[in-house]
Ligand binder design. Structure first.
Ligand code: FES
Length: 148
């Protein structure tokens, strides 16, 4: 099996069996994100211990790429600090958008599977939706969850 097949299998697996799907209740931080190109929405809830992301869940509706990316992100980010999240977010953003990126996808473990998305520019927003949503939660997601 070559790397391309492996990465495709990772995306299929994480779309079919998304990890950390649901909502934390109570949650320290949360945010809703939406992809303006398709209207799909994603919710991220986070519990912090100090500066570390102790627990994270996501839910919402989206395509296979958006669900797989969110599932992979929650696995990769648990236990990480805000600074570690920012560093990983930057790398994933580069992987998704820069064709001349020098980042080796293998160095990112399973997240490397997202490298295939850059061949499909229309899907980059799908893959980055969860990352922007988590960033919003970490920056200003400590307001109460609206029940309306
Ligand atoms: Fe809506 Fe991908 S098509 S998130």
């Amino acid at each position: 099996m070559d790397l391309k097949d492996l990465y495709r299998d990772v995306i299929v697996d994480h779309n079919k069996n998304p990890r950390n799907f649901g909502r934390l209740d109570p949650a320290d931080l949360h945010a809703d994100g939406h992809n303006p190109l398709c209207g799909d929405q994603l919710n991220v809830t986070v519990n912090m211990i100090g500066d570390k992301i102790a627990d994270i869940k996501f839910d919402g509706s989206g395509c296979a790429i958006s669900v797989a990316s969110a599932s992979l992100m929650t696995e990769a980010i648990r236990g990480k600090s805000r600074a570690e999240f920012s560093a990983l977010h930057s790398k994933v953003h580069e992987l998704l958008t820069k064709h001349d990126s020098t980042i080796d996808p293998i160095s990112l473990g399973k997240l490397g599977a997202l490298s295939g998305v850059r061949a499909f520019p229309a899907r980059v927003k799908c893959a980055s939706l969860c990352w922007h949503t988590l960033q919003a939660a970490l920056e200003h997601g400590d307001h109460p969850i609206s029940t309306e």
